[in-house]
Write a protein that binds this ligand. Structure first.
Ligand SMILES: NC(=O)c1ccc[n+]([C@@H]2O[C@H](COP(=O)([O-])OP(=O)(O)OC[C@H]3O[C@@H](n4cnc5c(N)ncnc54)[C@H](O)[C@@H]3O)[C@@H](O)[C@H]2O)c1
Length: 350
C-alpha cells in the first residue's frame, strides 16, 4: 500500500492534534478538510495545505481519502461516521464515539459490514505512563486488585462554554463526565476490568450549561474491586490534575500531572520506584497530551496489516456505557447494573 490519504471533518480546537499528527507521520497524506464554518475551513486549508469542503458529504466522494477523522461536536459523531463508513472510508472518531449505545452499535455494525476500521480517540492510552502501567498490569504485578479511582479536577470557564454553542448541551455534548472525564474513566476500566454497577451524584453548580459540571460516582467491578470517580470542570482557577490511582495486594500506582502523564507513586516489590520517578516523560503543553500521533500511527498500521486498531469501536464503547450508566443512576437515584438493560437519553432532569 502507498500513502494513506486522510480527510478531516470539523476544523476546531482538537483538529490541530489530528492535522499535525497526519502531517508529521510518514506514509500519511492529508488530502482534505471539511467544515461548515468558512473561516475555520479557510484557516485549516491555508495552514495545512489541503483541499477544503464546506459540505463533508462532497469530501467523502474523494477516492484518495481512505481514512476520515471525525472532529465535529460529539452529537454529530455517529451520523458523520456512518456516512463515511458507507462511502467505504475507515474512521477515527473523536471521543465520545457517539452519544448513545444504539448509535455506537450502529457504527460498529456498519463498519463490520463495510469491512472498514473504526478507531476512537482515547489518546491517553498511549501516554508513556499509561503504557508502562498497562505493562505491569498485564504482567499481573498488582496481584489482586482492590480498588481504583479516576479524578479529573479541571477548569473550563464560562468563556469555554460560550465559545461554541454545542458545548455542555445534552444533545451534542453532555457535561464534565461525557466530555472531559471520559478519558480517565476509559483508563480506569482498562486497568480494573469490567464494571458491574455504579451509583452516582451529579450537579451543575457553577457553569451555565445543561450538563453537569461536577460529578461523583462509586463503582463495583466484576472482580469485586471497588472504584471512585470524581469529575469536575469548576476547579479554581485552572486545571489542577487528572489522576489515576490503582491499588492491588502487591502494587500501588498513582499517575497524576494535568493529564495522567506524571508518576506520583510506583510501588511493587521488584520495581525501582526511584528510577521510575527519575525517568519521567515531558509534561504535555495542554491536557490533550501527545497521544494523537501514536493513536493515528497505530490506526494506519491496523489499516495496512488488516488488524483491529488498539482502540476500536468496542473499546471506545466501554467508557461510553459506564458514563451512560452514571447518568442513569443520577436520573433514577439508584444503583445501575452494567450491561445497561435499556436505552435512554443522556439528559438528566433535576
Ligand atoms: N481527544 C481529546 O482530548 C479531545 C479534546 C477536545 C475535544 N475533543 C472532542 O473533539 C470534538 C470537537 O471538539 P472541539 O473542542 O474541537 O470543538 P470545536 O467547536 O472547537 O470544533 C468543532 C468544529 O466542527 C465544525 N462543524 C460543526 N458541524 C459540522 C458539520 N456538520 N460538518 C463539518 N464541520 C462541522 C465546527 O464549525 C467547528 O469548527 C468533540 O467531540 C470533543 O469531545 C477531544
Amino acid at each position: 500500500m502507498g500513502e494513506i490519504g486522510f480527510g478531516l471533518i470539523g476544523c476546531g480546537r482538537i483538529s490541530k492534534n489530528h492535522f499535525e499528527s497526519i502531517k508529521a507521520l510518514p506514509g500519511a497524506d492529508l488530502i482534505a478538510a471539511a467544515d461548515i464554518d468558512k473561516r475555520a475551513l479557510q484557516a485549516a486549508v491555508g495552514k495545512y495545505q489541503c483541499q477544503g469542503y464546506l459540505d463533508y458529504k462532497e469530501m467523502l466522494k474523494e477516492p484518495k481519502i481512505q481514512v476520515v477523522n471525525v472532529c465535529t461536536p460529539s452529537g454529530l459523531h455517529a451520523q458523520i461516521a456512518l456516512d463515511a463508513i458507507r462511502s467505504g472510508k475507515h474512521v477515527i472518531i473523536e471521543k465520545p464515539m457517539a452519544m448513545s449505545l444504539v448509535e455506537a452499535d450502529s457504527v460498529i455494525k456498519a463498519a463490520k459490514r463495510a469491512g472498514v476500521k473504526v478507531g476512537v480517540a482515547h489518546q491517553n492510552r498511549f501516554n508513556k505512563t499509561i503504557t508502562r502501567l498497562r505493562q505491569v498490569y498485564e504482567q499481573g504485578k498488582f496481584g489482586k486488585l482492590t480498588h481504583g479511582s479516576a479524578v479529573v479536577r479541571w477548569n473550563r470557564n464560562d468563556q469555554y462554554y460560550s465559545q461554541a454553542p454545542w458545548r455542555g448541551t445534552w444533545a451534542n455534548d453532555g457535561g464534565c463526565l461525557m466530555n472531559q472525564s471520559i478519558h480517565n474513566i476509559d483508563l480506569l476500566q482498562w486497568m480494573m476490568g469490567e464494571v458491574e454497577s455504579v451509583f452516582a451524584y451529579a450537579a451543575t453548580n457553577l457553569r451555565k450549561i445543561e450538563g453537569e459540571d461536577v460529578a461523583t460516582a462509586v463503582l463495583k467491578f466484576k472482580s469485586g474491586a471497588l472504584g471512585l470517580i470524581e469529575a469536575t470542570t469548576t476547579v479554581f482557577p485552572t486545571n489542577l490534575e487528572e489522576t489515576l490511582n490503582i491499588f492491588g495486594s502487591d502494587g500501588t500506582v498513582v499517575l497524576g500531572g494535568i493529564a495522567v502523564n506524571k508518576v506520583e507513586a510506583w510501588r511493587f516489590a521488584d520495581e525501582d520506584e526511584a528510577a521510575v520517578l527519575a525517568n519521567q516523560g515531558a509534561e504535555p503543553p495542554n491536557v490533550y497530551g501527545f497521544g494523537h500521533a501514536d493513536l493515528i500511527a497505530d490506526f494506519m498500521d491496523a489499516v495496512i496489516s488488516d488488524r483491529e486498531p488498539a482502540i476500536n469501536g468496542e473499546e471506545g464503547r466501554k467508557a461510553l456505557e459506564i458514563i451512560l450508566a452514571i447518568y442513569h443512576s443520577v436520573k433514577y437515584k439508584k444503583e445501575i447494573k452494567i450491561p445497561l438493560q435499556e436505552e435512554f437519553t443522556i439528559g438528566i432532569s433535576r
